[in-house]
Ligand binder design. Sequence first.
Ligand code: HEM
Length: 505
Amino acid sequence: MWVVLSVCLVAVLLLKLALIVHDTVKIWRAVNKLPSPPGAHWLAGHTNQGPYDPGFQWLLDTVAAFPRAYTLWNGPVPMPTLVHPDTIKPLLTSPTGSVKSPLYLLFDDWIGKGLALSDGALWKRHRRLLTGSFHFDVLKTYVPVYNECVEVLLGKMVKLAAEGKPMQVEHELGQCTFDIILRTACSHHSNCQLKEPLKDGEMDLLSATNTMTRIVTSRMVGNPLYINPWMFRLFSPQYPAWERAVGYAHKVGDGLISKRKEELKKKMEDGDPLTSPRDFLDTLLLARDEDGVSLSEKEIADEVNTFLFGGHDTTSSTMTWVLYAMAKYPEHQTRVREEVDELLADRDSDWITSNDLSSLEYTSLVIKEVIRMYSPVMLPSRSLTAPYDVDGITLPVGTTVAINLYQLHHNPTVWGHDHMEFNPARFLPGNLAALDPFAYLPFSAGPRNCIGQQFAYNQVRFLTARILKRFRLSLAKGEPEPVPCLTIVVRPVQEILLNLEPRNL
Ligand code: HEM
């Protein structure tokens, strides 16, 4: 009996192994037909060439040489990479472009099956239930929160200017955007912008989030063994810090949810019809599908963690590059300021309303160009669930395909040979009309595009306008040119320091 069972088990294992080898060979045969940068090592692939080294020179050279698609070897694992509207569009608009690649599992402990990671029916249901939270009318209600949060930032900037100190842009914007997402998503006043620096061993939600971001990044680009969750758990020296930070973030999230549940319960008992959710958390707790089923506790917690993460690092990185670009290109800074001055002329206060945002036309061009230049979210990837054709080569099911948005936005065949030049006029309607709609995809496209796109865009326009109304920005003397690097988002390797000159209003 045992002998028969053992033979069956071995046969099943061998069959599985044979299937894995068969699928791997099939994928390798297909990806080898795509062009690939020369010199890939048989084991290390292109990793020795530093494909994601700060400054992204390898990416710029590679897209110039392979402007449609190429195979990147991540160690021994191939990753066909799409960099042209023609090769990207069919993927993002087809059902096979909806399934995220295994790389996203690096976030699994942290955000579970939240919207960014889930697939299939679960993703569809959540996307439907959450879309309302980003409706124009809901976003409007967040503008007063932006005003309150930016007042804190401006106060800190006044103090820095008075002391003659430069602003640490990423640090300050990181705190401000975190304040905004906590208040808009959960109405939580964390006071994070004014907190004293943490002492050794202390943790708050922002520091926990930063720790998790740092560790995911180092797993992505560091020792490939740690991509495997078990290897990471058992052998990585970073695992204890990860476990602590995830535990802390989940505890805070769960606390916010249970407090709100109590508040809603009380409101219902008092006869409140709860027709207008106050924030994203209310929407999650009150969401019901057609048959009246609500989200489970775990689903709600995963979405809260997803939005706190997705809604913070992205806008913080974008704002960091926007303020840097304003300091680096004073002529554009002046034009943005003139636009804001004109908008706010004859007003007693420089608070900006939601109706004002659409008047900030030049500001919008500048922001679009900054987002093109730095592409804060750089590397979405998918796992093919159906064969996918790239320039006549069929990639089989199971292939991990990347879309490199930085390379798309610096593709000379799409944006011209002056793609490294900062030129907001690219986005003037007349010039835009000549471009493929899939040439500019900072928020991705198709069914899995960024649900927070308008929220982010409003916030960035708003913060830029309010900051430039009050201050002239210039590069701190002697500071090196910031070098972009890939963490989860694209950020400068070193903090950017800007001088602040208050305006006499
Ligand atoms: C400038 C800021 C932002 C940029 C450049 C950006 C970019 C992106 C991109 C490229 C994707 C697609 C990722 C993929 O396919 O893997 C995405 C998805 C997503 N983003 Fe954003 N994002 C930004 C801000 C935000 C904000 C503020 C929120 C939330 C408040 C947010 C929440 C999400 C979520 C939940 C998804 C997954 C959507 C889905 O799969 O259905 N993002 N974002």
